[in-house]
Design a protein around this ligand. Structure first.
Ligand SMILES: [Fe+2]
Length: 416
């Protein structure tokens, strides 16, 4: 077996992970015990929708442990700079000392960003990768406890924050080991209330994390192990959790799978799919997972030739290729397996409800800007086949014709 270890010649690697993961049905009831270890007054950060569902249970467990609370519930599905500034203002005014996020990536990222402002000077934009570089947050956040309600972004395990700059219609990234949460509460029962559409979006996001981490030029033995485990679990459990939201076993598998996918990409990287998904999502106002689902199969097809052994292994993890298939043969089956999975969970059909798809001419006008944003994000540099800007533009056009146009193949061939 070939090993790919960090070596003195190539530099060491930092493996990050939340310090503690509390996993299992009922984990939410232990939240107060963990918050108590870190502080006396918690800023609880959530969307109003999630707080309405789970807020009482969170406040109850905090109260039982004698923790005071201030609650910020204005987080938007794609958190904005003003969300972060408002939540930070509440943190400061209320003199809190521990951050508790309730929700998926949006709440967790808002909480991380509040933590950045709490212990560092500057505005949140100053810490973005394009300004401050990687590891651009000098001081660690205050104690941060993430109660995850999706499966998911894996943000509770990562060193990244995605922020929407709504004035510029773009998203920017902050990446630092100083923003990794201290505790992740992973209670699959909290995901039972997820609507089917969100099960689809968050599930494909997790799968994209695992696949991108696995094929990234930054991947290595440790991140590969997380990625393999995540791909296997998600391939098996995603359709089950989507078809029957009350299937606690499938929900548990998805929660573990998305955690491992988060651990995979934060210790490797995401790549071209995420580079393209951020501008596509921002321009079309579609959920992040849906943007990934629209892009992933085409980028896999585009990239497979550059890392056939990796794509072949993905096909084998999906059980659509065997050990006896040559890598180049097996690799070609990986994108088809993902496309089939997207069809099984009816992903393209959600564009009717969630998308604002422009006509082809208007879309073609924004393709150069989206491609430019993708290039500038740096994520395409991690792709096994590094694309030119023109190739990214071509991919965006293919995606429109094949998956976005109302009469496209993918939009007219749902599973139901
Ligand atoms: Fe993602």
């Amino acid at each position: 077996m070939q090993h790919d270890y960090p070596t003195p010649a190539h530099g060491t690697r930092v493996v990050v992970s939340p310090a503690k993961v509390v996993l299992g049905s009922g984990a939410i009831t232990e939240l107060g015990d963990y918050v108590e270890l870190y502080g006396r007054k918690a800023l609880v950060v959530a969307t109003q929708q999630i707080f309405d569902i789970h807020g009482d249970r969170v406040l109850e467990t905090l109260q039982e442990s004698g923790i005071e609370t201030a609650v910020y519930t204005d987080v938007r599905p794609d958190p904005t700079i003003s969300n972060i500034e408002d939540a930070y203002e509440l943190w400061r005014m209320e003199d809190c000392d521990v951050i508790v996020t309730l929700g998926g990536g949006s709440s967790i990222d808002t909480g991380k960003a509040v933590g950045v402002l709490a212990n560092n000077s500057g505005s949140i934009r100053d810490f973005a990768v394009d300004k401050a570089g990687y590891e651009g947050v000098p001081n660690p956040t205050p104690p941060l406890i993430a109660v995850n309600t999706t499966a998911g972004t894996g943000s509770e395990a990562t060193r990244s924050i995605v922020v929407t700059d709504d004035e510029a219609s773009t998203k920017f990234l902050i990446v630092s080991q100083n923003v990794v949460p201290d505790v992740a509460i992973e209670d699959p029962e909290l995901t039972l209330s997820l609507p089917q559409s969100h099960t689809a979006f968050t599930g494909i996001d997790a799968l994209t994390h695992a696949i991108e981490a696995f094929v990234s030029v930054k991947s290595y033995s440790v991140s590969d192990d997380y990625a393999r485990a995540a791909i296997r679990r998600i391939a098996d459990s995603f359709p089950k959790a989507w078809a029957n939201g009350d299937d606690v076993e499938a929900r548990t598998e998805m929660m573990i799978g998305q955690l491992q996918a988060g651990q995979a990409f934060t210790n490797s990287s995401v790549a071209l799919v995420h580079g393209m998904a951020r501008p596509l999502g921002a321009q079309l106002h579609i959920p992040h997972g849906l943007a990934n689902a629209l892009i992933l199969p085409y980028v896999m097809e585009f990239s497979a030739m550059a890392a056939p052994e990796k794509y072949a292994e993905i096909a084998r993890l999906f059980d659509v290729a065997s050990e006896t298939d040559a890598d180049r043969v097996a690799a070609k089956k990986a994108s088809d397996a993902v496309l089939e999975l997207c069809t099984d969970v009816n992903l393209s059909s959600y564009l009717d409800e969630f998308g604002e798809v422009p006509d082809r001419e208007t879309y073609l006008d924004i393709v150069p800007k989206m491609a430019q944003d993708a290039v500038e994000s740096g994520s395409p540099d991690n792709n096994p086949r590094k694309p030119t800007k023109a190739e990214i533009e071509d991919l965006f056009v293919t995606i429109y014709d094949d998956a976005l146009a109302p009469d496209s193949t993918r939009r007219t061939s749902g599973s139901s």
